[in-house]
Structures are given as structure tokens and as C-alpha cells.
Design a protein around this ligand. Structure first.
Ligand code: C2E
Ligand code: MG
Ligand code: MG
Ligand code: MG
Length: 279
């Protein structure tokens, strides 16, 4: 009994500490946007065959003044539970729209994909906000893409599908992120108004040495193409992984093999190395 009460005392202390930590983290997150502590980093997406860059995925970074860098893996789930994720999403959408607008004369073919949370899909006003942003910044809608995780969509597909249809009608691209980890039913997959399927990194790691994973990925690629979807693989790090994905018929890749996420000067340099549409 003593042991038990000690354990629970320790446990409730730990809970309390983490609760307090999270409370201050939430107020910090609230001020993070105003204090310019969030950053949008961009990771290139490239065609598998000729390595041409056609766009980027936007990844949020939080530079906390005391705690230092906080990974999105840590603070995004927290922001979701705290009901604050829509502020992060809106901020990222705004940054992406501004950036696309600034590229319009020099790099009109480049796209930016913003990650969207399941909670955003519960907000019936979300498609209207995206439409408004496109109008405000005079964007070509096809240059903006949203990434939604497979598990997020499948949490409540009957709610997600009409919303995705409204979004797709604006002309933006929709991508199913982390595909292969989220238990889609094929019946729903066929109904999803998406344009891209993004194969999860867990299938890509050492794929050149894994026959059974290759068979699986080949099947995913063929299914994606059968549904008229662009198929991209995430987290490619090596030439051997790239060669295998070429063999399996995949369209594009994203990963450290091409580039890590970029910001500031590194991003500028990457852009300057690209062919521009101005001859
Ligand atoms: P994700 O959307 O699947 O993004 C891919 C993650 O894999 C990114 O991590 C990226 O930096 C990392 N990555 C890319 N290539 C490689 C590679 O070759 N090797 C390895 N080891 N990793 C690679 P990051 O930036 O830490 O983001 C993690 C997750 O956090 C994202 O997974 C996404 O689910 C979420 N996230 C990031 N930014 C946002 C955002 O603005 N909004 C929302 N809702 N979620 C976000
Ligand atoms: Mg993503
Ligand atoms: Mg992903
Ligand atoms: Mg992933």
C-alpha cells in the first residue's frame, strides 16, 4: 500500500509539473506568433527523374526565447490539444501565400504545401479562409497545396470529404500525407478529392534492401496512378533509395537526399540555383 501511495504521489507531482509546464507553454505559444518566434522553413519537392524542383513543403519551426528550438513533433500535438492549432495553420498559410506572391514573376511554377491538422477540418469556415487568402494575394490556386494526414482524414471521413471537395473546388492541390500508416479504406480513398499521395518515410528507409517493402510500395504507386494521383515519397536520404523508387514508378521525392528544410540565405541560394521562367 505504501508503495502504491508513493507511486501515485510521484505520479501526481509529475502530472502537476507537466500541467504547469504545458500551461506556460500555451501562453508562450500564444505570444510566439506576435513575437515572431515561429518560422516557416521550406523543403524542396523534386521530380524523381530529372531532379527538377517544382515546389516545397512548409514546415513550422519554433525558436523559443528560453527553451530554444522546439520541434513541431513536440508542439503541434500540444497546440492541437490546447485548441490553438488553427492559429498556427493560419500563420503558416499567410506566410506561404506571401511567399508565393513574392515569387510570382520569377518562379511562377513553384508550389508550397502547408500541413493542415485534423482540427482545421472540423472548422466549416476553413475553406472560405483559404479561398479568401488566394484572392487577397492573387495566387494561382494550383501553387498552393494542403497536406492532410491519412489518419486525420480517416478519423472522420464523412466530415472531411465534403470539406475537401469545397477546398478542391478552389483549384488548390490536396495531398494525403504519411500515406500507408493511417488505415484508409479503399472505398473512401476512391472518394477523396485529392491530387497527391505522399508515401510515408517509414516505407522508404532502406527500401533498396527490402524486397517486401518494394512490393508494397509498387502496389501503392500503382494504386495512386490508378486513381490519377501524383505519387511522392518522403524522407529519401540516399541515391540507392532514389534508384529503387525510380524502378517502382514513383513520380517525385522529398528528403535529405535533395535537401533539408531551408530558410533565409540557404533558401535564397537554392532559389537562385533554379532556372527561372524569365529567359
Ligand atoms: P511531415 O508533414 O510528414 O513532414 C516531414 C518531416 O520529415 C519533417 O519533419 C521533415 O523535416 C522530415 N524529413 C524530411 N526529409 C527527411 C529525411 O530525408 N530524413 C529524415 N529523417 N527526416 C526528413 P519536421 O519538420 O520535424 O516535422 C514533423 C511533423 O510535424 C511533420 O511531418 C508534420 O506532421 C508536423 N508539422 C510540421 N510543420 C507543421 C505545420 O505547420 N502544421 C502542422 N499541422 N503540422 C506540422
Ligand atoms: Mg507533411
Ligand atoms: Mg509526411
Ligand atoms: Mg511522415
Amino acid at each position: 500500500a505504501k508503495e502504491h501511495s508513493e507511486t501515485s504521489a510521484w505520479y501526481s507531482d509529475a502530472q502537476e509539473a507537466s500541467r504547469l509546464g504545458h500551461l506556460s507553454l500555451l501562453s508562450d505559444l500564444r505570444s510566439a506568433i506576435q513575437n515572431n518566434e515561429l518560422q516557416m522553413w521550406l523543403q524542396p519537392k523534386i521530380h524523381l527523374h530529372d531532379l527538377r524542383c517544382y515546389g516545397f513543403e512548409a514546415l513550422v519551426r519554433w525558436q523559443h526565447p528560453q527553451r530554444g528550438f522546439i520541434s513541431p513533433i513536440e508542439f503541434i500535438p500540444f497546440a492541437e490539444r490546447a485548441g490553438y492549432i488553427s492559429h498556427v495553420t493560419n500563420w503558416m498559410l499567410q506566410q506561404a501565400a506571401q511567399t508565393l506572391a513574392s515569387w510570382q514573376s520569377r518562379y511562377p511554377h513553384l508550389s508550397i504545401a502547408v500541413n493542415v491538422s485534423t482540427n482545421d477540418l472540423r472548422d466549416q469556415q476553413f475553406p472560405e479562409r483559404v479561398r479568401h487568402l488566394i484572392q487577397q494575394y492573387q495566387l494561382r490556386p494550383e501553387n498552393l497545396q494542403l497536406e492532410l494526414t491519412e489518419s486525420g482524414i480517416m478519423e472522420n471521413p464523412d466530415n472531411a470529404i465534403p470539406l475537401l471537395q469545397t477546398l478542391r473546388a478552389t483549384g488548390i492541390g490536396l495531398s494525403i500525407d504519411d500515406f500507408g500508416t493511417g488505415h484508409s479504406s479503399l472505398a473512401y480513398l476512391q472518394k477523396l478529392p485529392v491530387s497527391e499521395l505522399k508515401i510515408d518515410r517509414s516505407f522508404v528507409i532502406d527500401i533498396d534492401q527490402q524486397d517486401s517493402t518494394q512490393k508494397l510500395v509498387r502496389t501503392i504507386v500503382e494504386m495512386g496512378h490508378g486513381l490519377d494521383l501524383h505519387v511522392i515519397a518522403e524522407g529519401i536520404e540516399t541515391q540507392a533509395e532514389r534508384d529503387t523508387l525510380i524502378k517502382l514508378g514513383c513520380d517525385s521525392i522529398q528528403g535529405y537526399f535533395a535537401s533539408k528544410p531551408l530558410h533565409g540565405n540557404a533558401l535564397e541560394q537554392w532559389l537562385q540555383s533554379l532556372p527561372t521562367d524569365r529567359a
